[in-house]
Design a protein. Structure first.
Length: 163
């Protein structure tokens, strides 16, 4: 049975595509690509059909990550097929939990940085959209730092299903 993860930010052109690319790479490196599906979406549909922000693409490419992405909006119906919905900041988490059709679906929503023990109380990944390239680098660093813990948690869920 496939475990499905979706990363969600505002417009699905900066933070969530970065998280999707990094986590997909970690999943492949762990040999779990046939058991875990990774995607991303935005809370809004402003950029649907667009590629990722060129700065996100540049930062991902510079660090060896896949940059193939088309933005889409997260739909409430997506909860039914997803196992985990990873919000990039607390505003996204609030929106997603409100959008969730059931309490069980709302419980699927987690903040990405909650998987990074070094993050402390600051669990939001800042939006780099209105800033310079260094904001995208910072975003990538935060995503990479949380990805190890996220992979461990997802691996535990996936292996628990095999029993």
């Amino acid at each position: 049975m496939t475990y499905r993860v979706s990363f969600v930010c505002t417009g699905n052109i900066c933070r969530s595509p970065i998280a999707e690319s990094v986590f997909r790479a970690r999943v492949e490196e762990a040999g779990l690509g046939d058991r875990i599906e990774v995607e991303s979406a935005g809370t809004g549909g402003w950029h649907e059909g667009d590629g990722a922000d060129p700065r996100a693409v540049a930062v991902l490419a510079e660090h060896g990550y896949d940059t193939n992405h088309v933005a889409r909006q997260f739909q409430a119906s997506g909860f039914a097929r997803l196992d985990l919905v990873v919000a990039l900041d607390s505003g996204h988490r609030k929106t997603l939990r409100h959008l969730a059709p059931t309490e069980q679906d709302a419980e699927k929503v987690r903040l990405l940085r909650s998987y990074d023990p070094a993050a402390g109380d600051d669990l939001d990944v800042p939006d780099p959209y209105y800033g310079a390239l260094d904001g995208f680098e910072e975003c990538l660093e935060m995503v990479e730092a949380a990805s190890e813990g996220l992979l461990a948690a997802v691996r535990e869920e996936v292996e628990g299903r095999a029993i």
